[in-house]
Design a protein around this ligand. Sequence first.
Ligand code: ATP
Ligand code: MG
Length: 201
Amino acid sequence: MARIGVFGGTFDPIHYGHLAAAVNARHAAGLDRVLLVVANLPWQKEGDRDLTSAVARFGLVREAVVGVAGLEASDIEIIRGGTSYTIDTLVELREKSAEDEYFLIVGADAAAGITSWERCEDLPKFARLVVVNRPGHPKPSNIGEFDSPIFAEIPSLAISSTDIRQRVADGRPLEYLLPPGAVEYIRRNGLYRVGSRLYSE
Ligand code: ATP
Ligand code: MG
């Protein structure tokens, strides 16, 4: 029986905030491994803006976790296709490996909205909740049916994918906000530049 962290995100792109959250959640909850689950179509972001293709976002995550023990890029939601709901992912993981124990990892901003997630009342049947602090977002007061969450503390990292995309558009530096392999992937594929081929599909 393994203890598996499920850390979902759009990861457009992945950055050190995500990675610090993942490794510290792994430590705080005593997890064997953490899956960084790349959303295919994040329902919360539909219609907001053009997303980078899921394949490119997965490529970024794969680059970012190279050589880091216990972190794995997961394309389970990309393979399933369609709109990505965490509950479907937890059901699928449990079907594949029923003996494992699952932990749903969220930053404080995501935790604050968890009661609006698809079939949120079912989530606690599949996973315990692990909450990671994020600057500007208090500890969540309403986590629905979940038992008391495990808190994973990280130094406040005011890094966001939104800021990184804006930096590319403005020609500002990306270094030290995300791993060098991910910076290189963005440059090589011309991501986040206006008119980028991979910016949307
Ligand atoms: P965007 O700006 O596009 O919304 P983001 O940086 O918020 O991107 P997401 O892919 O939306 O990244 O977030 C995925 C998960 O990572 C969420 O649970 C979110 O709370 C968490 N997270 C993102 N950035 C941080 C951070 N700097 N510190 C802690 N948790 C974070
Ligand atoms: Mg976000």
